[in-house]
Design a protein around this ligand. Structure first.
Ligand code: XIL
Length: 351
């Protein structure tokens, strides 16, 4: 029974996770807010459809988190669907929500090899035209959100897992050093914005860690404005302590702010078609959430702790099932926004 973890007297509600039902501790609105239990900002990425149309979802976001990231609506294709068209409405909706509810808003992402509109992938200009297009996009977006978005993932997933530079339309048309100019352009448009390099795989690829460390060092030497590293941490419930610790040691060593930017813990590593999310899986998953939060809080110096963000809120909102082509339950809330064992584990990890 998961309720044994709680000392307050919870109202018991029967929750269903997969096909298993078990009692989950629930608290009235005044009882707990996840972020208030943590010594650093605690965030979630949010989907615009649910924010607009699902009152329960936006209520949980507002109550439990003090930082939000746009899951998709600040990506290139969403904001800039045609060469001369910027589409601000959805992102501005999140700005408004963040301001009304006192939440930090993290921008994701100015430059990525994915989520591009066809006009960019088919763009036929020369390198000067490409540079102008890159700069215009970054500076128009950053200027629009100046003073409203605290921080940006400037470039996302520039490296392959083996530490080589990932082929992309950007590298192809602008050369590998375009990444430095992305940071410069963003900094010019909003000198107060905290600028991150965001990627995944720090917990399993030492080659990628080395590549990112080299990039950070080269930026520092050259005076390229970089202020943080985002570690996505889309991980599995079997990830080892040693690997998680290695990622934290790397991040602390950069001396920059560290954001665990897209945390989720998937359990269906074998991609079972009709997975039953067992109590044992829920506890193993909770244990990994606890370990990541504890390792972050212990290994990352206070001044470098930008916070932890989960990649969405409830299991039914997660990108993982469609990405891996099999069901999963990777988040701290279930499909009904009841708190899973992972919720309490996050609080314990922050102690
Ligand atoms: C994902 C979103 O969650 C999906 O809704 C979308 O279809 C594709 O992108 N790494 C990232 C995120 O940096 O932007 C990705 O988000 C997940 C992996």
């Amino acid at each position: 029974m998961f309720c044994i973890f709680w000392t307050a007297a919870p109202q018991m509600v029967s929750a269903s996770v997969g096909t298993i039902s078990f009692p989950v501790p629930q608290f009235s609105a005044a009882d707990t807010n996840l972020y208030q239990y943590l010594p650093f900002p605690m965030g979630a990425s949010v989907g615009i459809g649910r924010m607009k149309n699902n009152a329960k979802y936006s209520e949980v976001v507002s109550k439990e988190f003090n930082s939000i990231t746009a899951e998709n609506v600040m990506k290139f294709r969403a904001l800039h669907p045609a060469e001369n068209t910027f589409n601000w409405a959805d992102a501005d909706y999140l700005v408004d929500f963040a301001q009304k509810n006192g939440k930090r808003l993290h921008g994701h992402t100015l430059n990525w090899y994915q989520y591009l509109p066809a006009w960019v992938t088919n763009f036929s200009g020369d390198s000067i035209a490409w540079e102008n297009m890159l700069k215009t996009h970054i500076q128009t977006v950053v200027a629009h959100f100046k003073g409203k978005v605290t921080s940006w993932d400037v470039v996302n997933e520039y490296f392959n897992d083996d530490g080589t530079i990932r082929p992309s339309v950007w590298v192809k048309n602008l050369g590998p050093d375009y990444i430095a100019r992305c940071f410069q352009y963003a900094h010019e448009a909003d000198p107060d914005a905290i600028l991150f390099y965001n990627d995944y795989g720090h917990e399993y690829s030492s080659a990628k860690r080395t590549a990112i460390a080299n990039l950070v060092n080269s930026f520092k030497t050259r005076g390229v404005p970089i202020h943080g590293v985002g570690m996505q941490f889309h991980m599995t419930h079997t990830q080892s302590d040693a690997n998680i610790n290695a990622a934290m040691a790397f991040a602390a060593g950069t001396g920059l702010k560290v954001h665990i930017s897209e945390l989720d813990v998937r359990v269906n590593v074998n991609k079972v078609k009709h997975l039953i999310f067992t109590d044992a899986m829920a506890l193993q998953q909770a244990d990994r959430f606890r370990f990541v939060v504890k390792a972050y809080n212990t290994a990352i110096p206070k001044a470098q702790q930008f916070g932890i963000t989960t990649w969405n809120v409830g299991d039914a909102d997660s990108w993982v099932p469609s990405w891996q082509g099999a069901p999963d339950y990777p988040l701290p809330f279930d499909a009904n926004y009841l708190r899973k064992p992972a919720y309490k584990a996050i609080i314990e990890g922050g102690k």
